[in-house]
Design a protein around this ligand. Structure first.
Ligand code: HSE
Length: 438
């Protein structure tokens, strides 16, 4: 019986520091749960000064991370440097050296998960990634294990703390986009390249992983439709609120009989829904199972200790299972290998949704009627129509309209027709609405 587990930690950044701290401060608690002494045996970090600020003298510090994955004393490698370049080579090397790997790297799993999972299966080691999705929320375990008895129907989540923080600050404190982003960076929430946050890529990595473990489909990042928040205007956040909605950047995946929806975009959700009130850097994930109904998970989606909390949960899982004959008794992607089957991912034009539209029209009598007529001609119902007062003297009014459910390519046709009207003075704003009904 092996009583000591030696960890090799790669990266002394935000999450690396948090992981070291938890393993040290909660050492006894973790021992009580595993019966093992879990030690950070070595740390790989190019910046030696930074490394020394984190670990004590007993921990070996490797400047070259390729040395840590070869170290025969190490049982588990924790990859916390992010990105998909060196980190991929390191994870591959660690697996080939028969080490279990834990990673918080959503980009790596979303883009190369299939090949890494195959490699891990070949070497009979585990590849654990709880921290890759929604930080401290145990959403991988919840979907893959806690809800395993269900057929998952859909998942909708606020999966990026940085953008949720920015949207909250823009609305609550009237902060400019750039100021709010800078704050999120200073607080350690943002990606090294924050365009991954604000353009929706980070949330797309996460919803891709969730779709795979929820529906038993291959991880397919290239199929996600991605829109971020950089084009979102403050006036739409305000107008949406006036008609009872909040705008959140959502990752959405839905299972249909012969297809799957996989998309990330700013979305209007009814203000009464719990998810609409998830603010700041917090994340929330709503999972609909066919037996359990809706389930909601809330918690810190970014930051040192919350993310490290998920990393350490993976370490504890491994520690508890090291003696079992198969270390991968829970399929890494939730479904047994031969049952992971591709499904058509719907193009965004083919999804059905309600839409929020904002038109900038010349303030002339009959303009609202003209818009209504186009909808009538296409037999599309309109739920709400609001004409805003003119604040400027340019004679242009904002008209807000909410549609009934319609296929996206049909709403695009209507938009194209209205955009060429002489009264139309700007690009029409189109945002999707989710009612989040179970
Ligand atoms: N940049 C990410 C976020 C970090 O803001 O959610 C956690 O994955």
């Amino acid at each position: 019986m092996q009583n000591k587990i030696n960890i090799g930690l790669i990266g002394a950044g935000t999450v690396g520091g948090g992981t070291y701290k938890i393993l040290k401060e909660n050492f006894s608690e973790i021992f009580r749960k595993t019966g093992k002494e879990i030690i950070v045996f070595a740390l790989a970090e190019k910046d030696l000064k930074r490394a020394k600020e984190i670990v004590d003298d007993k921990t070996i510090v490797y400047e070259d991370a390729f040395d840590i994955v070869k170290d025969k004393n190490i049982h588990v490698i924790i990859e916390l440097i992010g990105g998909t370049g060196v980190s991929k080579n390191l994870v591959e090397e660690a697996i080939k050296n028969n080490k279990h790997v834990i990673t918080a790297n959503k980009a790596l799993i979303a883009m190369h998960g299939e090949e890494l999972v195959s490699l891990a299966r070949e070497h009979n080691v585990n590849l654990a990634y709880e921290a890759a999705v929604a930080g401290g929320i145990p959403i991988i375990k919840s979907v893959r294990e806690g809800l395993a008895g269900n057929k998952i129907e859909w998942i909708v989540g606020i999966l990026n703390g940085t953008t949720n923080y920015i949207l909250t600050e823009m609305k609550e404190n009237n902060l400019a986009f750039d100021v709010a982003l800078k704050q999120a960076q200073d607080l350690g929430f943002a990606e090294a390249d924050p365009s991954f946050d604000i353009e929706g890529v980070d949330a797309a990595h996460k919803i891709t992983i969730l779709a795979s473990i929820a529906f038993g489909i291959p991880i397919n990042f290239n199929a996600v439709h991605i829109e971020g928040i950089s084009n979102l205007e403050q006036k739409d956040i305000i107008f949406a609120e006036e008609i009872g909605y909040k705008i959140k950047l959502l990752g959405i995946t839905k299972h249909h009989h012969d297809s799957v929806e996989l998309r990330v975009h700013p979305t209007l959700i009814p203000e009464k829904k719990l998810v609409a009130n998830v603010d700041g850097p917090m994340n929330a994930v709503l999972v609909q199972g066919n037996m359990v109904g809706p389930t909601l998970y809330y918690g810190a989606g970014a930051g040192a200790e919350p993310t490290a909390s998920a990393v350490v949960a993976d370490i504890i899982d491994l520690a508890r299972n090291l003696e079992s004959t198969s270390t991968t008794h829970i399929p890494i992607l939730g479904f047994i290998k031969d049952e992971i089957k591709p499904k058509k991912i719907l193009l965004i034009e083919d999804i059905t949704s309600e839409f929020y539209l904002r038109f900038s029209m010349q303030n002339e009598s009959g303009v609202v009627e003209k818009i209504k007529q186009v909808f009538e001609l296409h037999s599309i119902g309109i739920g709400v129509i609001v004409q805003k007062e003119i604040k400027k003297d340019d004679g242009i009014i904002d008209i807000i309209l909410v549609t009934s459910n319609i296929i996206e390519k049909n709403i695009n046709e209507i938009i194209n027709e209205i955009e060429v009207m002489p009264e139309n003075k700007n690009k029409i704003v189109k945002l999707r609405i989710e009612q989040l009904n179970s």
